[in-house]
Design a binder for this molecule. Structure first.
Ligand code: NAD
Length: 412
């Protein structure tokens, strides 16, 4: 089963818990992307050879507003994976109630293998290949796995070469080009707000709660930094090459300095080196996958020993893993809620660009907290009042909003 089918299984299950009447036609609408763009992106490599990369932009649904979602550079970013991620964006944006539909883009490439100028050319070619389907009121990309603020600056520049200066065409840009302060940390900060809410609801003390985090990129590193500031105990972190562990807690300030210098955990002191799989099996309070999809699946779900599984990555659990964790009474807090901080602050960035105005960091962080906490409470309350898990609760809230708006617009 591919990732897109896996998302649709959970959506159809969630559709049993919505307030709106739902017909077979409506179910077909929500499980079918509105537009799938496939492009080939030839570029000249530094050695003079020409290489062709496959690019995708999947526009899943736009009943609630312009398409919105990141662009991923990864060897596994094929059409089905990008479709799955585009669908998640529809349900995430609806859950946190921001006026966007869902989309996702991707190029099948190992970004680390390309030079800066090759990446620049590839980004430009991809943007110019899909530019007629983009626009500040049509479709607004953002960074994701393997892309960053620099990639967004290149996308903005390529789009601007045809349409003129348009900062609102992408979010997650450098601040000097109209990016929002607080966007770099937003996804990680949102994840920690969710963990804070769990602790506050269950009267848990951060200092007595441990986190193991898989991934130390844009999302994972900020989770570690912000949670460490709030006195949670960070017992393990990993990147694609290494995982490190200290049962008494890792000094994250020292780790970030070390990692920024060496781009690796190697030679960091006072930790044990373990495998990425061992990290997922650690006994801890909060296990936070913040790297790639489907890392917990039917082969390893049984070994997971955390109390709470916090989906900072998109789709880190297969449906089988979801069922296994539920049978082990592990509470899973779903991606559409947990990692929504990035798109929430992207929404703030888009507003700032449309008005040519800048918000202060305090306003960004407090508005983020307000929106994500409200969504958390809605998910939590519906889950407990209807006796369903948090994923079904989150998806069904998003579904209700999309279906209601589709009705208003005359689709159903
Ligand atoms: P990133 O490229 O900045 O970092 C990814 C991290 O995962 C790196 O530390 C990398 O070494 C590690 N990694 C890669 N492959 C791995 C593997 N096989 N095993 C273990 N670790 C591996 O990406 P990111 O932006 O931090 O995104 C991480 C996840 O969060 C993705 O699922 C993404 O869709 C999701 N997400 C990101 C944002 C955002 O604002 N960047 C927003 C919402 C969701």
């Amino acid at each position: 089963m591919n990732a897109y089918d896996e998302i649709n299984i959970k959506l159809l299950e969630a559709s049993k818990y919505i307030k709106n009447d739902v017909s077979d036609g409506t179910l077909e609408m929500i499980t079918t992307p509105w537009r799938e763009i496939v492009v080939s992106c030839p570029i000249k490599m530094d050695n003079g050879d020409t290489k062709v990369f496959s690019g995708y932009r999947i526009q899943h649904n736009a009943v609630r507003g312009p398409y919105k979602g990141g662009v991923r550079y990864h060897p596994d970013a094929d059409q089905n994976e990008v479709k799955a991620l585009s669908s998640l964006m529809t349900w995430k944006n609806a859950l946190v109630n921001i006026p966007f539909g869902g989309a996702k883009g991707g190029i099948q490439v190992s970004a680390g293998d390309l030079s800066k100028s090759e990446l620049h050319n590839l980004t430009k070619r991809y943007t110019l290949s899909i530019d007629k389907f983009l626009g500040p009121n049509t479709d607004i990309p953002a960074p994701d796995l393997g892309t960053n603020a620099q990639t967004m600056a290149w996308m903005m520049d390529a789009y601007g070469s045809i349409h003129g200066y348009t900062p609102a065409i992408v979010t997650g840009k450098p601040v000097e080009l109209g990016g929002s302060v607080g966007r770099d940390s937003a996804t990680g900060r949102g994840v920690v707000f969710v963990i804070d809410e769990i602790c506050s609801n269950l009267k848990l003390n951060p200092q007595e709660n441990s986190l193991a985090i898989q991934g130390f990129g844009q999302v994972g590193k900020w989770i570690a930094k912000i949670a460490y500031e709030k006195k949670y105990k960070i017992v393990a972190v990993s990147d694609v090459s290494n995982a490190i562990y200290n049962k008494n807690g890792i000094n994250v300030d020292e780790l970030v300095t070390h990692y920024e210098k060496d781009k690796s955990f190697a030679n960091f002191e006072n930790v044990d080196f373990i495998s990425n799989n061992e990290l997922l099996n650690l006994k801890c309070d909060f296990l936070v996958p913040a790297a790639i999809e489907r890392v917990i699946n039917k082969d390893n779900a049984d070994k997971v020993q955390c109390k709470f599984l916090i989906e900072a990555a998109n789709h880190p659990l297969t449906p089988e893993a979801d069922d296994i964790l539920e049978s082990k009474n592990i509470s899973v807090f779903p991606d559409t809620l947990v990692n929504s901080g990035g798109v929430i602050v992207s929404y703030f960035e888009w507003i700032q660009n449309l008005y040519q105005h800048h918000w202060e960091i305090e306003r960004v962080n407090s508005e983020l907290q307000k929106i994500i906490t409200k969504a958390f409470n809605e998910v939590y309350d519906k889950s407990h009042s209807e006796n369903i898990n948090y994923r079904l609760s989150a998806l069904s809230i998003g579904l209700d909003r999309v279906i209601h708006t589709a009705g208003l617009r005359g689709y159903i």
